[in-house]
Design a protein around this ligand. Structure first.
Ligand code: BMA
Length: 364
């Protein structure tokens, strides 16, 4: 009996986000996501409401809904381009449409996460411009581009503040800046800066948005690419007072057996790291481009994720045909060979789509 009470008490215990002034809705979301561990995994999708394979901006449409009968439980959106006052992001999604999609999804009880492929502040080129080293140092206080970087954060703050509920409260957002930070492809990643520089950039960014701009509806996701040890994962970790969610991104690009094994092993490492730091584990991006395996969802993906603690898995965008030789999609569309299996995957008790999370009342 005592044990039962003890377990119940442990589960009901409130966990708090890193922001001591987080809004009520943000605290509820954080706590509810924390408690979701072992009970459900929310399936998400980048740009889900904006376009899919062979369609763009059709009101109410979603490739996930077309195939599985319901919207994703978590929506990914992307701010790249906002820093340059563009009206649409780097993938062509207009920011005003994005704001409305976010409000609509919140209204239906779903969760929002936002990434930012921001340009290299030193060279003015894209996020994928790692040269020259020193870009991170330039963005830091005392660096030649700190004022520029702060002006970009001001624009991010304005966007985040535009996300309000019908009652005028802010919509909580899981912000995941500097994603895939252990890879060499982004200017903030891998060898392009020292671990100390990245930690400082992360801390400065949170400090500026939270303490200077006064945003208290953000949860911060620390986000590497694939990794193979706790030490590697934590090499650039800015510290528990700056982070709420711990995640990584992974894509299948080779043989299935090796991928399944790697996903399972890496999620196991993440379980342990997140538990030790009292953070929420998540698969912040995943995908198998073009889904050439008709039973991938139940045979491979479900089996790999089901034993773990992650609370959400975000599939990357269904860009569709980008050029003659470049097609990109990570969830099936009607008629795609893995569509029936995806529905079967979504119908399991563990996997959650939007209607199921609405019942969980994540913001209350
Ligand atoms: C990449 C691809 C690109 C896209 C970028 C930022 O993985 O999907 O087409 O521009 O993400 O969203």
């Amino acid at each position: 009996m005592l044990v039962v009470i003890g377990l119940y008490a442990a589960k009901a215990q409130k966990v708090l986000p890193s922001d001591k002034l987080a809004t009520k809705e943000t605290i509820h979301l954080y706590n509810n996501l924390f408690q979701l561990q072992h009970k459900g995994i929310m399936i998400g999708h980048q740009d889900d409401l904006a376009y899919g394979v062979n369609w763009k901006y059709e009101t109410g449409r979603s490739d996930i809904k077309d195939v599985a009968g319901d919207y994703p439980a978590i929506y990914g959106w992307e701010l790249g381009g906002l820093e340059n006052n563009a009206s649409a992001n780097l993938d062509g999604v207009p920011f005003d449409k994005m704001q409305q999609f976010i409000k609509d999804a919140y209204g239906r009880g779903a969760v929002i996460t936002i990434s930012w492929h921001l340009n290299n502040p030193l060279t003015g080129k894209s996020a994928w411009d790692p040269a020259p080293k020193g870009s991170v140092a330039a963005a830091l206080p005392g660096g030649s581009k700190n004022d520029l970087y702060k002006s970009w954060l001001d624009k991010v703050a304005i966007f985040m503040q535009s996300l309000t509920t019908a009652k005028g409260n802010y919509i909580p957002v899981i912000f995941r800046p500097f994603h895939e930070l252990n890879g060499n492809w982004f200017w903030w990643g891998g060898n392009n800066c020292t671990p100390e520089e990245l930690k400082q950039l992360y801390q400065f960014t949170v400090h500026y948005l939270r303490d200077i701009k006064g945003l208290h509806h953000l949860l911060y996701a620390y986000n590497t690419d694939r990794f193979n040890s706790k030490a590697a994962y934590l090499e650039k970790y800015p510290g528990n007072e700056w982070v709420d969610i711990m995640g990584f991104d992974i894509y299948q690009r080779g043989p299935t057996a090796a991928f399944a094994q790697e996903l399972d092993t890496t999620l196991g490492l993440l379980d342990a790291i997140a538990a030790e730091n009292n953070k929420i584990p998540a698969l912040t991006e995943f995908g198998y481009n073009q889904l050439p395996d008709s039973t991938w969802w139940t045979d491979v993906f479900y089996k790999a994720i089901a034993p773990h603690n992650l609370v959400y898995a975000l599939a990357w965008r269904n860009a569709g045909i980008k050029s003659k030789d470049d097609i990109e999609f990570y969830v099936p569309y009607t008629g795609q060979q893995s569509a029936a299996d995806f529905k079967k995957f979504c119908d399991t008790k563990l996997i959650l789509l939007e209607k199921e999370v609405k019942k969980l009342n994540l913001y209350k």
